[in-house]
Design a protein around this ligand. Sequence first.
Ligand code: PLP
Length: 455
Amino acid sequence: MPLTNVRPTAELQALDAAHHMHPFTDQSSLAKKGARIIVRGEGSWLTDSEGERILDGMSGLWCVNVGYGRERLVQAADRQMRELPYYNTFFQTTHIPAIDLAAKLAEICPGDLNHVFFAGSGSEANDTNLRMVRHYWALKGKPSKSWIISRKNGYHGSSVGSGSMGGMAGIHAQGGLPIPGIRHIDQPYWYLEGGDASPEDFGRARARQLETAIDEIGEDNVAAFIAEPIQGAGGVIIPPENYWPEIQRICDEREILLICDEVITGFGRTGHWFGHQAIGARPDIITIAKGLSSGYLPIGGSVVSDEVAEVIGSDEFNHGYTYSGHPVAAAVALENLAIIEEEKLVQRVHDDVGPYIREKWLSLVDHPLVGEATIVGLMGSIALTPHKPSRARFASEAGTVGYICREFSFGNNLIMRHVYDRMIIAPPLVITREEIDILIERVWKTLDQTHARLK
Ligand code: PLP
């Protein structure tokens, strides 16, 4: 297909730098360098304004699970826009896409996660969760149960509520976050924080911080614990195997709700429909977004248990968004779920491309710069280190080497992201074995270039 946009890249970059404020971006460096302008996507590939084809190792922002260029999703949006482009779900009205999507989610979510409160994004959904769990306990006659326990370096969004629950130092450094009533415990990041402890001892100790925090705050004051089954934006950090069983034990023994943030780990990313199935947790609430619509339209939500829904439903919940359950986004999400089911993409990750990439990805640990390689399904990471045996960090400011590596990767037409000195991938679930070979080849080349630069 010929490019539809023939305007010069430099002209677009100048306009972009002059008027467009980018999220999570140093705007002044952008003005000097110019953003890369992506103009098209097909399968696992992007095309930029210079006609370069780039392998998208990150599925956009971990969201384009079914890949780019899906005509069925275009048709679903087209049909729904003609039929009913907008109506709300406030004040005792509803519409067919929201009904069908909620019912479909109840079918695919395990256990008694049968009720959906829709939002426009993951951040909004987590803001819903914050208010919902507090309201839940108030309705149960325990209004003091309002504290949320979450984790350092966890990510739950960047709105005031979700950014406060998340444990990102960079977010907390700006704008007066976190809000009161949130306690952050340490993350289960054995590679960088485990020291001489075995992964098992470390996993147990980190999980037990939840118990300690509950004791300190008082069980009567804690509403919920929120965590990603596998930390994504924090660097694809896969916890020691005993971590989640221990967390689940504590949640079972204490009177608190468990919220699993499945915004990244949902919809097949880990080789299961949801990440909590991969780690054996039983949440009361899950947060969904991203892969729900494969990012074709913005939509998110909170899927809650029968019990939580019953309590919340006993009173009017004074909360909602204009775009809660937006009909076009819901229609696209439904079609997206149909594609995931019909093409058996979850099984594909579990049985086919997941094991295929796993073997190759884990062998990256043979590279002199790589201290750890780890992957679950189609979310993986490698830790860059100057000294493998001690799992040392680089002496330069953490993240510089990761940034250099990311820049080489971009130059090699592979989108791989860095979190400090950790490199991460999360390609579309439709990536083929041939494309995985290309991805791995480009990662090796990128690591060699980074290594050569450091000498
Ligand atoms: N929760 C998790 C685990 C995420 O990774 C993200 C985004 O990356 C969010 C929530 C926030 O979602 P959104 O950017 O749609 O607000």
